[in-house]
Design a protein around this ligand. Structure first.
Ligand code: PNS
Length: 177
């Protein structure tokens, strides 16, 4: 059997297998939580990495998003939450991560995800992108729809962690959502 020569995967000196799960998370919803918990079972550590350069007019600041996610995962010792700037692969290399995790909800996600994964592979062949599917009940959930439904008075209970729902309500009573 012949295969292309593959670069050795990145590993920290501890030998632990680390995955990075990047995104905007504005805000985190239960589909993200589902993927993170699945990832936390597969990898020794999973770093949820909030992009600082993703959205132009976010509802939550990067610091608010990080604070919310740290609260959600406070009982998961192998889940960390951080912000990152610049290229994702540079950040992943800096963390000694061998894997980038991305969620795939439906075929509509695939084209963009495929492009990103191949571009990231071109930039950094030693890092693999691993796609994970959330539970079926989250396949239609997105941060954009959660924000839209909430801002128009709809119920988002069950779609986002309680901490996020509370913070959305605070924003609305402060006139921001
Ligand atoms: O939650 P999102 O908006 O789908 O996340 C997209 C994100 C932040 C993962 C992507 O835009 C990204 O990786 N940004 C960092 C800059 C970068 O590396 N761009 C080239 C990716 S091919």
């Amino acid at each position: 059997m012949t295969v292309d020569a593959l670069p050795s995967p990145v590993r920290p000196s501890s030998g632990a297998r680390l995955a990075v799960y990047p995104g905007s998370f504005d805000p985190i919803h239960n589909g993200h939580v589902d993927i993170i918990l699945r990832g936390a079972r597969l990898f020794d550590r999973i770093v949820v990495a909030v992009s600082r350069n993703a959205e132009k007019a976010p509802l939550f600041s990067v610091e608010e998003r990080i604070e919310l996610m740290r609260e959600v995962f406070r009982d998961q010792p192998n889940v960390e939450v951080e912000a990152f700037d610049g290229l994702l692969v540079d950040y992943a290399r800096h963390k000694h991560a061998s894997v980038i995790v991305r969620g795939l909800r439906a075929v509509s996600d695939f084209e963009f995800e495929f492009q990103m994964a191949l571009m990231n592979r071109r930039l950094s062949p030693e890092i693999e992108t691993v796609f994970m599917m959330p539970a079926e009940r989250y396949t239609y959930t997105s941060s954009r729809l959660v924000k839209e439904v909430f801002s128009l008075g709809g119920v988002v209970n069950g779609l986002v962690p309680e901490a996020v729902e509370g913070r959305l309500r605070e924003k609305r009573s402060g006139g921001q959502a």
